[in-house]
Design a binder for this molecule. Structure first.
Ligand SMILES: Nc1ncnc2c1ncn2[C@@H]1O[C@H](COP(=O)(O)OP(=O)(O)O)[C@@H](O)[C@H]1O
Ligand SMILES: C[C@@](O)(CCOP(=O)(O)OP(=O)(O)O)CC(=O)O
Length: 472
């Protein structure tokens, strides 16, 4: 039986940096771009052989040996080339599986080896090189013409990532596929099953990256779009050890372990709103940005605390206005749709003067709250001297915000020169935004094709994913 699990990428709309602390939250939106892990039993491999390949990359083939005796696992990497995330996923997820399932079932499923294929939608990786080699412009139309899961002509260490969170989506889809393949979870992915997938994926992701981060990226790979409040780091810090005791690991990641105090409040963009993303070629190194911002925060506790408090309030206001708009839709969808239609034809700065009614008022409040968020991120940039929303990005975002039907434009997550997002109200606005991106000279702006998709981790069939069977 072939097993496939899939997990989405993410965009942190608000809450960058603040979400590292439990008292603040982040608003994260899932993307239509997803990772897929396909597990197929083999008939001709020696017992315990696990082959993993990522066909979009060069030199992306890894072999492992997993020997199970009773509840014990002996796990070795056979190939010289390593993939920290894949290896960590396999080793510790198999240990969790051994604590929760019959060892003879695990042995039987590994008896002739298994083959694992991992792919991510094209949006996870920059397609600039691919487009250049085909002499195509970096436009949405050209991206649309590429094959699904196309080759990047790069290795995993040289590829340019677009910031959708490849390691979190990969980890989550691989953990979920393994738990499903070894029958620890059902293909329904019920709530407690998702909790287990989440907890295992957070552990693996933290161990592989060598630190306990906020975890919003793994959380959105599991739960899709939501308001995220982090877990207390000390649920993981004591087990951040390659030789962690298997029983301790399994009990720590248990769905019923109440020490996991992360909070997930489901969220969806209101009807008529959609997300657009662009990757900026300049790029920033997120861990460096985070290190510098946190260093500044420590040296300037008073000014940073004030900024964090204000930013926290306006981040929450943005979310509240989104939620109120969704509520207004359910109350009177005709009035709501008419207002959105009207707003989609006007610049957001004109909504206040030219559109009336409750929905319009809410739209204006949303824009005002988000403008305040941006001005506070600009203040953070100035005070910390870290380019969270640098001036080049400010100019680009202002140009996007000046387009009719664009409700907001901002830097996602840690900000920097990595990416931008826009929230737009119509296909016409999308088209106009793409035109601005194509003609923008100061920064190289590459469109992504993803839109907002609030679904989290799922089990899927091969036939339901266009292009997937072609790369197996
Ligand atoms: N398609 C893939 N197949 C296998 N491993 C992958 C794939 N995509 C990403 N990874 C893993 O994730 C790592 C990248 O993680 P990271 O630098 O944290 O990027 P991101 O910010 O996108 O999560 C890679 O080095 C690799 O181990
Ligand atoms: C600063 C942060 O709060 C958010 C960073 O979010 P990004 O989405 O920018 O992350 P990358 O995918 O690693 O580039 C750090 C964190 O929460 O871990």
């Amino acid at each position: 039986m072939t097993t496939i699990a899939s997990a989405p990428g993410k965009v942190l709309l608000t809450g960058g940096y603040l979400v590292l602390e439990q008292q603040f939250s982040g608003l994260v939106v899932g993307t239509s771009a997803r990772f897929y892990t396909v597990i197929r039993p083999q008939t001709d491999l020696t017992a315990g052989t696990i082959t993993v390949n990522s066909p979009q990359f060069e030199q992306a083939l890894w072999n492992y040996k997993a020997i199970v005796t009773q509840h014990k696992l002996q796990f070795d990497s056979i190939t010289e080339s390593r993939n920290k995330f894949v290896e960590t996923c396999l080793k510790y997820t198999l240990q969790v599986i051994l604590e929760r399932s019959n060892p003879s079932l695990v042995q039987q499923k590994l008896s002739h080896g298994i083959d694992i294929t991992i792919v991510g939608d094209n949006d996870f990786y920059s397609q600039r090189a691919q487009l250049e080699s085909k002499q195509l412009e970096n436009t949405a139309e050209a991206l649309n013409s590429l094959d699904p899961f196309c080759k990047t002509h790069a290795t995993l260490s040289t590829v340019h990532k677009t910031g959708l969170g490849s390691s979190a989506a990969l980890t989550t889809s691989l953990v979920a596929a393994l738990l499903l393949h070894f029958q620890v979870v059902s293909n329904q992915f019920t709530d407690p099953e998702k909790k287990l997938i989440h907890n295992v994926a957070q552990f693996v992701h933290c161990l592989a990256q060598g630190k306990v981060g906020s975890g919003f990226d793994v959380s959105s790979a599991v739960w899709g779009s939501h308001q995220y409040k982090r877990f207390r780091p000390d649920i993981l810090t004591p087990i951040m050890d390659e030789n962690v005791d298997q029983k301790l690991l399994s009990s720590s990641v248990d769905a019923d372990n109440l020490n996991w105090d992360n909070k997930v409040v489901p969220f969806q963009l209101p009807p008529g709103f959609d997300l657009m993303l662009a990757d900026i070629d300049a790029g920033s190194h997120t861990p460096t940005l985070v290190g510098k911002v946190l260093h500044w925060k420590k040296t300037k506790p008073e000014e940073s605390t004030l900024l964090w408090t204000q930013l926290g309030q306006f981040n929450l206001l943005v979310e509240q206005h989104f939620r109120e708009l969704s509520r207004l839709y359910t109350q009177d969808s005709t009035d709501y749709n008419q207002t959105i239609e009207r707003c989609s034809q006007l610049k957001s700065s004109d909504w206040h003067q030219q559109v009336q009614g409750k929905v319009a008022e809410e739209m204006v409040s949303l824009v005002n709250a988000f403008n305040k968020v941006r001005s506070l991120l600009q203040k953070m940039t100035e005070l910390s001297q870290v380019p969270v929303e640098p001036q080049e990005q400010t100019r680009l975002l202002d140009a996007c915000t000046d387009i009719p039907g664009v409700a907001m434009a901002g830097v996602p997550g840690a900000g920097g020169y990595d990416a931008i997002f826009c929230i737009v109200l119509s296909n016409r606005s999308k088209h106009l935004v793409r035109k601005v991106w194509e003609s923008w000279k100061e920064l190289s702006v590459g469109p992504l094709l993803s839109h907002a998709d609030s679904n989290g981790v799922t089990s899927v069939s091969l036939a339901s994913v266009p292009g997937l069977s072609d790369i197996l």
